[in-house]
Design a protein around this ligand. Structure first.
Ligand code: ARG
Length: 565
Protein backbone atom coordinates (compact mmCIF):
# COMPACT_ATOMS: atom_id res chain seq x y z
CA UNK A 1 0.00 0.00 0.00
CA UNK A 2 1.33 3.39 -0.92
CA UNK A 3 -0.09 5.39 1.96
CA UNK A 4 1.21 8.73 0.76
CA UNK A 5 -0.58 8.42 -2.56
CA UNK A 6 -3.67 7.11 -0.86
CA UNK A 7 -3.87 10.11 1.47
CA UNK A 8 -3.05 12.50 -1.38
CA UNK A 9 -5.79 11.00 -3.52
CA UNK A 10 -8.37 11.50 -0.80
CA UNK A 11 -7.26 15.06 -0.08
CA UNK A 12 -7.19 16.07 -3.73
CA UNK A 13 -10.98 16.09 -3.61
CA UNK A 14 -10.64 19.26 -1.49
CA UNK A 15 -8.52 21.11 -4.01
CA UNK A 16 -4.96 20.33 -2.95
CA UNK A 17 -2.88 19.01 -5.86
CA UNK A 18 -1.93 15.34 -5.44
CA UNK A 19 1.76 15.60 -6.33
CA UNK A 20 2.38 18.41 -3.91
CA UNK A 21 0.83 16.41 -1.11
CA UNK A 22 2.81 13.29 -1.92
CA UNK A 23 6.09 15.19 -1.81
CA UNK A 24 5.15 17.02 1.40
CA UNK A 25 3.95 14.07 3.46
CA UNK A 26 6.57 12.75 5.85
CA UNK A 27 6.95 10.15 8.55
CA UNK A 28 7.08 12.11 11.81
CA UNK A 29 10.03 11.52 14.12
CA UNK A 30 7.78 11.00 17.15
CA UNK A 31 5.60 7.92 16.93
CA UNK A 32 2.84 9.52 19.02
CA UNK A 33 2.35 12.12 16.29
CA UNK A 34 0.95 9.47 13.99
CA UNK A 35 2.30 7.42 11.13
CA UNK A 36 2.27 10.18 8.51
CA UNK A 37 2.11 13.95 8.76
CA UNK A 38 1.28 16.63 6.22
CA UNK A 39 2.65 20.11 6.98
CA UNK A 40 0.15 22.63 5.58
CA UNK A 41 2.50 25.66 5.46
CA UNK A 42 3.23 25.04 1.80
CA UNK A 43 -0.37 25.53 0.79
CA UNK A 44 -0.98 28.76 2.69
CA UNK A 45 -0.14 30.95 -0.25
CA UNK A 46 -2.16 29.22 -2.93
CA UNK A 47 -5.14 28.57 -0.67
CA UNK A 48 -4.93 32.03 0.93
CA UNK A 49 -5.48 30.72 4.43
CA UNK A 50 -3.32 30.15 7.46
CA UNK A 51 -1.75 26.69 7.77
CA UNK A 52 -3.67 26.13 11.00
CA UNK A 53 -6.95 26.87 9.26
CA UNK A 54 -6.09 24.64 6.34
CA UNK A 55 -5.19 21.76 8.63
CA UNK A 56 -8.37 22.20 10.65
CA UNK A 57 -10.59 22.34 7.61
CA UNK A 58 -9.00 19.37 5.90
CA UNK A 59 -9.28 17.43 9.14
CA UNK A 60 -13.01 18.10 9.35
CA UNK A 61 -13.62 17.07 5.76
CA UNK A 62 -11.45 13.96 5.76
CA UNK A 63 -13.45 10.78 6.27
CA UNK A 64 -11.53 7.93 7.90
CA UNK A 65 -11.86 4.47 6.43
CA UNK A 66 -10.36 0.98 6.60
CA UNK A 67 -6.96 2.33 5.52
CA UNK A 68 -6.62 5.54 7.52
CA UNK A 69 -8.08 5.07 10.95
CA UNK A 70 -7.52 8.49 12.48
CA UNK A 71 -6.73 12.06 11.47
CA UNK A 72 -5.84 15.01 13.70
CA UNK A 73 -4.96 18.65 13.10
CA UNK A 74 -2.13 19.95 15.28
CA UNK A 75 -0.53 23.39 14.79
CA UNK A 76 -0.81 23.46 11.04
CA UNK A 77 0.03 19.79 10.62
CA UNK A 78 -2.36 17.09 9.61
CA UNK A 79 -1.43 13.85 11.35
CA UNK A 80 -2.65 10.52 10.07
CA UNK A 81 -2.76 7.17 11.73
CA UNK A 82 -3.03 4.20 9.46
CA UNK A 83 -5.19 1.23 10.25
CA UNK A 84 -2.51 -0.94 11.75
CA UNK A 85 -4.31 -4.24 11.33
CA UNK A 86 -4.80 -3.39 7.68
CA UNK A 87 -1.17 -2.47 7.13
CA UNK A 88 0.07 -5.51 8.97
CA UNK A 89 -2.17 -7.93 7.11
CA UNK A 90 -1.39 -6.44 3.76
CA UNK A 91 2.37 -6.16 4.28
CA UNK A 92 2.79 -9.66 5.63
CA UNK A 93 0.87 -11.31 2.85
CA UNK A 94 2.72 -9.30 0.22
CA UNK A 95 6.18 -10.12 1.63
CA UNK A 96 5.40 -13.80 2.07
CA UNK A 97 3.87 -14.14 -1.37
CA UNK A 98 6.71 -12.38 -3.15
CA UNK A 99 9.54 -13.97 -1.19
CA UNK A 100 12.90 -13.47 -2.87
CA UNK A 101 11.23 -11.08 -5.30
CA UNK A 102 9.96 -8.80 -2.55
CA UNK A 103 11.40 -5.35 -3.22
CA UNK A 104 11.95 -6.00 -6.90
CA UNK A 105 10.82 -3.21 -9.19
CA UNK A 106 10.33 -2.37 -12.81
CA UNK A 107 11.29 1.31 -12.93
CA UNK A 108 14.35 0.29 -14.92
CA UNK A 109 12.54 -1.62 -17.63
CA UNK A 110 13.97 -0.83 -21.04
CA UNK A 111 16.79 1.24 -19.53
CA UNK A 112 20.49 0.44 -19.46
CA UNK A 113 23.03 1.40 -16.81
CA UNK A 114 26.75 0.90 -17.35
CA UNK A 115 28.77 0.59 -14.17
CA UNK A 116 32.54 0.94 -14.33
CA UNK A 117 33.87 -0.49 -11.09
CA UNK A 118 36.77 -2.27 -9.44
CA UNK A 119 38.80 -1.50 -12.60
CA UNK A 120 42.02 -2.99 -11.31
CA UNK A 121 45.51 -2.52 -12.66
CA UNK A 122 47.19 -5.54 -14.22
CA UNK A 123 50.12 -6.99 -12.29
CA UNK A 124 49.40 -4.77 -9.28
CA UNK A 125 48.29 -6.12 -5.93
CA UNK A 126 44.57 -6.14 -5.21
CA UNK A 127 44.68 -4.22 -1.97
CA UNK A 128 42.32 -2.77 0.55
CA UNK A 129 42.14 0.45 -1.47
CA UNK A 130 40.16 -1.49 -4.10
CA UNK A 131 37.61 -2.72 -1.61
CA UNK A 132 35.20 0.23 -1.84
CA UNK A 133 34.97 0.46 -5.61
CA UNK A 134 34.48 -3.28 -5.81
CA UNK A 135 31.74 -3.63 -3.22
CA UNK A 136 29.97 -0.31 -3.93
CA UNK A 137 29.96 -1.11 -7.65
CA UNK A 138 28.84 -4.68 -7.02
CA UNK A 139 25.98 -3.52 -4.81
CA UNK A 140 24.84 -0.89 -7.31
CA UNK A 141 24.95 -3.53 -10.03
CA UNK A 142 22.63 -5.81 -8.09
CA UNK A 143 20.38 -2.97 -6.92
CA UNK A 144 19.83 -1.67 -10.46
CA UNK A 145 19.28 -5.18 -11.73
CA UNK A 146 16.69 -5.74 -8.96
CA UNK A 147 14.85 -2.65 -10.19
CA UNK A 148 14.60 -4.00 -13.70
CA UNK A 149 17.49 -2.16 -15.34
CA UNK A 150 19.67 -3.80 -17.91
CA UNK A 151 23.02 -3.54 -16.13
CA UNK A 152 26.45 -3.72 -17.71
CA UNK A 153 29.34 -4.24 -15.31
CA UNK A 154 32.65 -3.08 -16.72
CA UNK A 155 36.11 -3.75 -15.34
CA UNK A 156 38.08 -1.01 -17.09
CA UNK A 157 41.41 -2.76 -16.64
CA UNK A 158 44.54 -0.70 -16.18
CA UNK A 159 46.48 -2.64 -18.78
CA UNK A 160 48.26 0.08 -20.70
CA UNK A 161 51.36 2.14 -20.02
CA UNK A 162 55.14 2.05 -19.75
CA UNK A 163 54.90 0.05 -16.53
CA UNK A 164 54.35 -3.01 -18.72
CA UNK A 165 57.59 -2.28 -20.56
CA UNK A 166 59.27 -2.09 -17.17
CA UNK A 167 57.77 -5.38 -16.16
CA UNK A 168 59.01 -7.07 -19.32
CA UNK A 169 62.47 -5.64 -18.69
CA UNK A 170 62.42 -6.94 -15.12
CA UNK A 171 61.14 -10.34 -16.14
CA UNK A 172 63.71 -10.78 -18.87
CA UNK A 173 66.53 -9.85 -16.52
CA UNK A 174 65.55 -11.35 -13.20
CA UNK A 175 62.32 -13.26 -13.61
CA UNK A 176 61.64 -16.99 -13.49
CA UNK A 177 58.57 -18.55 -15.03
CA UNK A 178 58.06 -20.97 -12.12
CA UNK A 179 58.30 -18.19 -9.55
CA UNK A 180 55.57 -16.24 -11.26
CA UNK A 181 53.37 -19.26 -11.71
CA UNK A 182 53.82 -19.93 -8.03
CA UNK A 183 53.73 -16.40 -6.60
CA UNK A 184 51.33 -14.70 -9.03
CA UNK A 185 50.70 -10.99 -8.61
CA UNK A 186 52.96 -10.84 -5.56
CA UNK A 187 55.89 -12.03 -7.64
CA UNK A 188 55.08 -9.66 -10.50
CA UNK A 189 54.91 -6.81 -8.05
CA UNK A 190 58.22 -7.85 -6.51
CA UNK A 191 59.80 -7.58 -9.96
CA UNK A 192 58.21 -4.18 -10.44
CA UNK A 193 59.47 -2.90 -7.09
CA UNK A 194 62.96 -4.21 -7.91
CA UNK A 195 62.85 -2.43 -11.25
CA UNK A 196 62.19 0.88 -9.50
CA UNK A 197 64.93 0.36 -6.98
CA UNK A 198 67.51 -0.48 -9.64
CA UNK A 199 66.48 2.06 -12.26
CA UNK A 200 67.13 4.90 -9.82
CA UNK A 201 70.85 4.46 -10.45
CA UNK A 202 70.50 3.34 -14.01
CA UNK A 203 68.30 5.63 -16.10
CA UNK A 204 69.22 3.73 -19.28
CA UNK A 205 66.84 1.03 -18.07
CA UNK A 206 63.92 3.37 -18.71
CA UNK A 207 64.84 3.62 -22.40
CA UNK A 208 64.80 -0.14 -22.62
CA UNK A 209 61.46 -0.31 -20.83
CA UNK A 210 59.98 2.25 -23.19
CA UNK A 211 61.24 0.21 -26.11
CA UNK A 212 59.50 -2.89 -24.79
CA UNK A 213 56.32 -0.97 -24.29
CA UNK A 214 56.48 0.28 -27.89
CA UNK A 215 56.95 -3.31 -28.98
CA UNK A 216 53.77 -4.31 -27.18
CA UNK A 217 51.93 -1.55 -28.98
CA UNK A 218 53.38 -2.51 -32.33
CA UNK A 219 52.12 -6.04 -31.93
CA UNK A 220 55.46 -7.74 -31.29
CA UNK A 221 54.66 -11.36 -30.63
CA UNK A 222 57.00 -12.12 -27.76
CA UNK A 223 56.20 -8.95 -25.82
CA UNK A 224 52.48 -9.42 -26.29
CA UNK A 225 52.72 -12.99 -25.16
CA UNK A 226 54.37 -11.90 -21.93
CA UNK A 227 51.94 -9.06 -21.45
CA UNK A 228 48.92 -11.32 -21.96
CA UNK A 229 50.39 -13.82 -19.59
CA UNK A 230 50.73 -11.13 -16.89
CA UNK A 231 47.13 -10.18 -17.56
CA UNK A 232 45.87 -13.76 -17.28
CA UNK A 233 47.71 -14.28 -14.03
CA UNK A 234 46.21 -11.12 -12.60
CA UNK A 235 42.67 -11.93 -13.67
CA UNK A 236 42.83 -15.50 -12.46
CA UNK A 237 43.96 -14.37 -9.07
CA UNK A 238 41.45 -11.58 -8.55
CA UNK A 239 38.71 -13.82 -9.81
CA UNK A 240 38.92 -15.80 -6.58
CA UNK A 241 38.20 -12.64 -4.63
CA UNK A 242 35.42 -11.63 -7.00
CA UNK A 243 33.76 -14.99 -6.48
CA UNK A 244 34.00 -14.61 -2.76
CA UNK A 245 32.48 -11.12 -2.87
CA UNK A 246 29.83 -12.17 -5.42
CA UNK A 247 31.13 -9.72 -8.03
CA UNK A 248 30.41 -10.13 -11.74
CA UNK A 249 31.46 -8.28 -14.88
CA UNK A 250 29.98 -8.29 -18.32
CA UNK A 251 33.06 -6.73 -19.88
CA UNK A 252 36.76 -6.61 -19.15
CA UNK A 253 37.47 -4.07 -21.89
CA UNK A 254 40.38 -2.22 -20.34
CA UNK A 255 42.55 0.68 -21.38
CA UNK A 256 44.44 -1.20 -24.07
CA UNK A 257 41.13 -2.16 -25.70
CA UNK A 258 40.91 1.47 -26.83
CA UNK A 259 44.30 1.58 -28.57
CA UNK A 260 42.65 1.62 -31.98
CA UNK A 261 39.64 3.65 -30.89
CA UNK A 262 41.32 6.91 -29.95
CA UNK A 263 42.12 8.27 -33.38
CA UNK A 264 38.45 8.90 -34.22
CA UNK A 265 38.13 10.86 -30.96
CA UNK A 266 41.15 12.97 -31.83
CA UNK A 267 39.77 13.55 -35.32
CA UNK A 268 36.42 14.59 -33.96
CA UNK A 269 38.03 16.96 -31.43
CA UNK A 270 40.08 18.47 -34.23
CA UNK A 271 37.12 18.80 -36.59
CA UNK A 272 35.07 20.54 -33.95
CA UNK A 273 37.94 22.91 -33.26
CA UNK A 274 38.26 21.91 -29.62
CA UNK A 275 41.77 20.51 -29.77
CA UNK A 276 44.55 23.04 -29.19
CA UNK A 277 48.30 22.89 -29.51
CA UNK A 278 50.20 23.74 -26.33
CA UNK A 279 53.97 23.32 -25.97
CA UNK A 280 53.90 20.54 -28.52
CA UNK A 281 51.09 18.71 -26.75
CA UNK A 282 47.43 18.57 -27.74
CA UNK A 283 44.97 19.73 -25.15
CA UNK A 284 41.39 20.80 -24.63
CA UNK A 285 41.44 24.17 -22.91
CA UNK A 286 39.06 24.26 -19.95
CA UNK A 287 40.11 27.54 -18.40
CA UNK A 288 36.68 29.00 -19.01
CA UNK A 289 35.31 26.30 -16.71
CA UNK A 290 37.94 26.86 -14.04
CA UNK A 291 39.75 23.65 -14.74
CA UNK A 292 43.26 22.89 -15.91
CA UNK A 293 43.45 21.73 -19.54
CA UNK A 294 42.57 18.15 -20.41
CA UNK A 295 45.69 16.59 -21.93
CA UNK A 296 44.84 14.47 -24.98
CA UNK A 297 48.21 13.77 -26.63
CA UNK A 298 51.65 14.25 -25.15
CA UNK A 299 54.29 16.02 -27.21
CA UNK A 300 55.73 12.61 -28.17
CA UNK A 301 52.32 11.71 -29.55
CA UNK A 302 51.43 9.30 -26.75
CA UNK A 303 47.82 9.15 -25.57
CA UNK A 304 46.78 9.47 -21.95
CA UNK A 305 44.43 8.04 -19.37
CA UNK A 306 41.93 10.76 -20.32
CA UNK A 307 42.18 9.99 -24.04
CA UNK A 308 41.27 6.40 -23.38
CA UNK A 309 38.42 7.37 -21.10
CA UNK A 310 36.98 9.57 -23.86
CA UNK A 311 37.24 6.72 -26.35
CA UNK A 312 35.68 4.39 -23.77
CA UNK A 313 32.74 6.74 -23.19
CA UNK A 314 31.98 6.95 -26.92
CA UNK A 315 32.34 3.21 -27.27
CA UNK A 316 29.99 2.54 -24.36
CA UNK A 317 27.36 4.88 -25.72
CA UNK A 318 27.57 3.30 -29.17
CA UNK A 319 27.62 -0.27 -27.84
CA UNK A 320 25.16 -0.18 -24.95
CA UNK A 321 23.16 2.99 -25.61
CA UNK A 322 23.11 3.56 -21.86
CA UNK A 323 20.70 5.80 -19.98
CA UNK A 324 23.34 6.24 -17.32
CA UNK A 325 27.03 5.51 -17.17
CA UNK A 326 28.48 5.31 -13.66
CA UNK A 327 32.14 5.43 -12.67
CA UNK A 328 32.76 4.09 -9.18
CA UNK A 329 36.15 5.65 -8.58
CA UNK A 330 37.80 7.32 -5.55
CA UNK A 331 37.35 11.06 -5.09
CA UNK A 332 41.03 11.59 -5.90
CA UNK A 333 39.90 11.41 -9.51
CA UNK A 334 37.20 14.08 -9.18
CA UNK A 335 39.01 16.45 -11.51
CA UNK A 336 39.69 13.77 -14.11
CA UNK A 337 36.00 12.94 -14.46
CA UNK A 338 34.89 16.56 -14.38
CA UNK A 339 37.25 17.18 -17.28
CA UNK A 340 36.12 14.14 -19.25
CA UNK A 341 32.45 14.98 -18.83
CA UNK A 342 33.09 18.59 -19.83
CA UNK A 343 35.03 17.59 -22.96
CA UNK A 344 32.16 15.29 -23.99
CA UNK A 345 29.76 18.16 -23.50
CA UNK A 346 31.95 20.44 -25.62
CA UNK A 347 31.93 17.74 -28.29
CA UNK A 348 28.18 18.22 -28.36
CA UNK A 349 27.29 14.87 -26.80
CA UNK A 350 23.97 15.58 -25.13
CA UNK A 351 24.36 12.36 -23.17
CA UNK A 352 27.30 13.83 -21.26
CA UNK A 353 24.70 14.67 -18.61
CA UNK A 354 24.11 10.95 -18.08
CA UNK A 355 27.68 10.32 -16.96
CA UNK A 356 28.11 10.15 -13.20
CA UNK A 357 31.27 9.91 -11.15
CA UNK A 358 30.26 7.89 -8.09
CA UNK A 359 33.03 9.13 -5.85
CA UNK A 360 33.90 7.48 -2.56
CA UNK A 361 36.24 8.14 0.34
CA UNK A 362 39.54 6.62 1.35
CA UNK A 363 39.86 3.39 3.25
CA UNK A 364 42.59 2.96 5.78
CA UNK A 365 43.26 0.04 8.04
CA UNK A 366 43.76 0.20 11.79
CA UNK A 367 45.84 -2.47 13.45
CA UNK A 368 44.98 -4.20 16.74
CA UNK A 369 46.24 -1.18 18.69
CA UNK A 370 44.22 1.30 16.71
CA UNK A 371 47.20 2.61 14.73
CA UNK A 372 46.97 3.29 11.05
CA UNK A 373 48.75 0.69 8.88
CA UNK A 374 51.04 2.44 6.41
CA UNK A 375 50.63 1.63 2.71
CA UNK A 376 52.64 2.34 -0.42
CA UNK A 377 52.46 0.47 -3.74
CA UNK A 378 55.92 1.60 -4.75
CA UNK A 379 57.49 0.11 -1.67
CA UNK A 380 55.37 -2.97 -1.70
CA UNK A 381 53.83 -2.28 1.70
CA UNK A 382 50.16 -2.64 0.81
CA UNK A 383 47.55 -4.57 2.71
CA UNK A 384 46.17 -7.20 0.39
CA UNK A 385 42.42 -7.67 0.33
CA UNK A 386 43.02 -11.39 0.32
CA UNK A 387 44.86 -11.10 3.64
CA UNK A 388 42.15 -8.94 5.18
CA UNK A 389 39.52 -11.52 4.24
CA UNK A 390 41.65 -14.36 5.54
CA UNK A 391 42.23 -12.64 8.84
CA UNK A 392 38.48 -12.04 9.23
CA UNK A 393 37.78 -15.70 8.52
CA UNK A 394 40.27 -16.73 11.19
CA UNK A 395 38.89 -14.32 13.73
CA UNK A 396 35.33 -15.53 13.10
CA UNK A 397 36.40 -19.12 13.41
CA UNK A 398 38.02 -18.30 16.75
CA UNK A 399 34.76 -16.75 17.99
CA UNK A 400 32.80 -19.81 16.90
CA UNK A 401 35.34 -22.13 18.54
CA UNK A 402 34.90 -20.34 21.83
CA UNK A 403 31.14 -19.78 21.75
CA UNK A 404 29.71 -22.65 19.75
CA UNK A 405 32.41 -25.28 19.20
CA UNK A 406 29.95 -27.99 18.12
CA UNK A 407 28.59 -25.94 15.23
CA UNK A 408 28.44 -27.97 12.05
CA UNK A 409 30.33 -26.73 8.98
CA UNK A 410 32.06 -24.05 11.03
CA UNK A 411 34.83 -23.27 8.51
CA UNK A 412 32.29 -22.34 5.88
CA UNK A 413 30.20 -20.33 8.27
CA UNK A 414 33.29 -18.49 9.51
CA UNK A 415 34.06 -17.64 5.89
CA UNK A 416 30.55 -16.42 5.21
CA UNK A 417 30.53 -14.25 8.31
CA UNK A 418 34.08 -12.94 7.88
CA UNK A 419 33.49 -11.96 4.27
CA UNK A 420 30.09 -10.51 5.14
CA UNK A 421 31.73 -8.40 7.83
CA UNK A 422 34.21 -6.93 5.36
CA UNK A 423 31.56 -6.09 2.76
CA UNK A 424 29.13 -4.71 5.30
CA UNK A 425 31.90 -2.70 6.96
CA UNK A 426 32.87 -1.12 3.66
CA UNK A 427 29.25 -0.15 2.98
CA UNK A 428 28.39 1.09 6.46
CA UNK A 429 28.80 4.78 5.77
CA UNK A 430 27.76 7.25 3.18
CA UNK A 431 30.21 6.42 0.40
CA UNK A 432 31.96 9.76 0.31
CA UNK A 433 33.21 9.44 3.90
CA UNK A 434 36.74 8.24 4.56
CA UNK A 435 36.71 5.07 6.60
CA UNK A 436 39.16 3.64 9.03
CA UNK A 437 38.72 -0.09 9.03
CA UNK A 438 39.33 -2.00 12.23
CA UNK A 439 38.81 -5.71 12.64
CA UNK A 440 37.37 -5.18 16.06
CA UNK A 441 34.69 -2.83 14.77
CA UNK A 442 33.52 -4.74 11.70
CA UNK A 443 33.49 -8.08 13.52
CA UNK A 444 31.64 -6.90 16.60
CA UNK A 445 28.64 -9.22 16.87
CA UNK A 446 26.74 -6.63 18.91
CA UNK A 447 27.58 -3.60 16.81
CA UNK A 448 26.09 -2.22 13.61
CA UNK A 449 27.82 -4.91 11.61
CA UNK A 450 27.34 -7.68 9.09
CA UNK A 451 27.74 -10.39 11.74
CA UNK A 452 25.00 -8.77 13.83
CA UNK A 453 22.55 -8.88 10.93
CA UNK A 454 23.59 -12.39 9.91
CA UNK A 455 23.27 -13.53 13.50
CA UNK A 456 19.75 -12.11 13.65
CA UNK A 457 18.85 -14.01 10.48
CA UNK A 458 20.30 -17.24 11.87
CA UNK A 459 18.32 -16.70 15.07
CA UNK A 460 15.11 -16.36 13.02
CA UNK A 461 15.94 -19.55 11.15
CA UNK A 462 16.30 -21.36 14.42
CA UNK A 463 12.91 -20.05 15.64
CA UNK A 464 11.32 -21.20 12.39
CA UNK A 465 12.87 -24.65 12.67
CA UNK A 466 11.39 -25.02 16.14
CA UNK A 467 8.07 -23.39 15.33
CA UNK A 468 7.12 -25.28 12.21
CA UNK A 469 4.38 -24.13 9.83
CA UNK A 470 2.01 -21.50 11.17
CA UNK A 471 -1.70 -22.27 10.98
CA UNK A 472 -4.43 -19.80 10.00
CA UNK A 473 -4.75 -16.81 12.24
CA UNK A 474 -6.56 -13.51 12.45
CA UNK A 475 -4.63 -10.30 12.88
CA UNK A 476 -5.84 -8.45 15.95
CA UNK A 477 -4.46 -6.30 18.79
CA UNK A 478 -1.17 -5.67 17.02
CA UNK A 479 1.27 -4.43 19.66
CA UNK A 480 3.85 -1.67 19.24
CA UNK A 481 6.86 -3.99 18.70
CA UNK A 482 5.04 -6.00 16.06
CA UNK A 483 3.77 -2.91 14.33
CA UNK A 484 7.08 -1.04 14.22
CA UNK A 485 8.85 -4.09 12.81
CA UNK A 486 6.26 -4.75 10.13
CA UNK A 487 6.05 -1.07 9.19
CA UNK A 488 9.82 -1.15 8.65
CA UNK A 489 9.54 -4.31 6.56
CA UNK A 490 6.96 -2.64 4.37
CA UNK A 491 9.47 0.13 3.57
CA UNK A 492 11.95 -2.18 1.84
CA UNK A 493 10.88 -1.46 -1.76
CA UNK A 494 11.18 2.28 -1.10
CA UNK A 495 14.62 1.85 0.45
CA UNK A 496 15.86 -0.08 -2.58
CA UNK A 497 14.57 2.62 -4.89
CA UNK A 498 16.12 5.47 -2.99
CA UNK A 499 19.45 3.69 -2.69
CA UNK A 500 19.49 3.44 -6.49
CA UNK A 501 18.42 7.06 -6.93
CA UNK A 502 21.07 8.36 -4.58
CA UNK A 503 23.63 5.72 -5.55
CA UNK A 504 24.01 4.80 -1.89
CA UNK A 505 24.28 1.09 -1.00
CA UNK A 506 24.68 2.38 2.53
CA UNK A 507 20.89 2.96 2.64
CA UNK A 508 20.57 -0.81 2.50
CA UNK A 509 23.11 -1.53 5.26
CA UNK A 510 21.51 1.11 7.48
CA UNK A 511 18.10 -0.36 6.78
CA UNK A 512 19.26 -3.93 7.48
CA UNK A 513 20.51 -2.78 10.88
CA UNK A 514 17.20 -1.08 11.59
CA UNK A 515 15.23 -4.21 10.72
CA UNK A 516 17.57 -6.44 12.73
CA UNK A 517 17.30 -4.27 15.82
CA UNK A 518 13.52 -3.96 15.54
CA UNK A 519 13.35 -7.71 15.21
CA UNK A 520 15.52 -8.26 18.26
CA UNK A 521 13.35 -5.90 20.26
CA UNK A 522 10.26 -7.83 19.17
CA UNK A 523 12.00 -11.11 19.94
CA UNK A 524 12.89 -10.10 23.49
CA UNK A 525 9.50 -8.58 24.28
CA UNK A 526 7.17 -11.04 22.59
CA UNK A 527 7.01 -14.73 23.23
CA UNK A 528 6.66 -16.67 20.01
CA UNK A 529 6.74 -20.41 20.47
CA UNK A 530 4.33 -21.61 23.14
CA UNK A 531 2.01 -18.61 22.87
CA UNK A 532 -1.66 -19.37 22.25
CA UNK A 533 -2.02 -20.63 18.72
CA UNK A 534 -3.36 -17.53 16.98
CA UNK A 535 -0.56 -15.35 18.31
CA UNK A 536 2.11 -17.97 17.76
CA UNK A 537 1.16 -18.36 14.12
CA UNK A 538 1.00 -14.62 13.54
CA UNK A 539 4.41 -14.14 15.08
CA UNK A 540 5.92 -17.00 13.12
CA UNK A 541 4.78 -15.22 9.98
CA UNK A 542 6.42 -12.03 11.23
CA UNK A 543 9.63 -14.05 11.63
CA UNK A 544 9.35 -15.40 8.10
CA UNK A 545 8.74 -11.98 6.62
CA UNK A 546 11.66 -10.51 8.54
CA UNK A 547 13.94 -13.26 7.31
CA UNK A 548 12.82 -12.58 3.75
CA UNK A 549 13.61 -8.89 4.05
CA UNK A 550 17.00 -9.44 5.71
CA UNK A 551 17.95 -12.09 3.17
CA UNK A 552 16.96 -9.88 0.24
CA UNK A 553 18.80 -6.89 1.70
CA UNK A 554 21.99 -8.83 2.29
CA UNK A 555 21.82 -10.42 -1.13
CA UNK A 556 21.85 -6.99 -2.74
CA UNK A 557 25.09 -6.34 -0.86
CA UNK A 558 26.63 -9.67 -1.84
CA UNK A 559 26.31 -11.23 1.62
CA UNK A 560 25.00 -14.70 2.38
CA UNK A 561 22.88 -15.80 5.31
CA UNK A 562 24.14 -18.82 7.27
CA UNK A 563 21.72 -21.51 8.39
CA UNK A 564 23.17 -21.47 11.91
CA UNK A 565 25.76 -19.40 13.67
N1 ARG B 1 42.54 1.72 -12.94
C1 ARG B 1 42.21 3.01 -12.43
C2 ARG B 1 42.89 3.23 -11.09
O1 ARG B 1 43.28 2.30 -10.44
C3 ARG B 1 40.73 3.20 -12.25
C4 ARG B 1 39.95 3.21 -13.52
C5 ARG B 1 38.58 3.77 -13.33
N2 ARG B 1 37.79 3.75 -14.52
C6 ARG B 1 37.93 4.61 -15.54
N3 ARG B 1 37.16 4.45 -16.59
N4 ARG B 1 38.81 5.59 -15.50
O2 ARG B 1 43.03 4.37 -10.69
Amino acid sequence: MDYKSYIAEKLSAFGVPTEEIVSAIAVPPEKNMGDYALPCFKFAKTMRKSPVMIANELCEQFVCDEVISKVEAVNGYLNFRVNREGLVKESLSKILAEGENYGRGNIGEGKTVCIDYSSINVAKPFHIGHLSTTVIGGALYRIFEFLGYNTVGINHLGDYGTQFGKLIYAYKNWGKKEDIEEGGIKELNRLYVRYHAESENNPAMDDEARRYFKLIEQGDEECNKLFNWFKDITLKEVDKIYTELDIKFDSYAGESFYNDKMQPVIDELTEKGILKESEGAKIVDLEEYNMPPCLILRSDGASLYATRDLAAALYRKATYDFDKCLYVVAYQQNLHFKQIFKVLELMGKDWAKDMVHVAYGMVSLLDENGNQVAMSTRHGTVVLLEDVLKKCHEKCLAVIESKNPDLEDKENIAKMVGTGAVIFGALSNSKIKDIAFSYEKILNFDGETGPYVQYTAARIKSVLRKGGEPSNYTVKDVNEDEYQLIAALSNFPEVVKSSAERLEPFFITRYAIEVASLFNKFYFNCKIIGEEQNTESFRLDICKATLTVITNSLKLLGIKVPERM
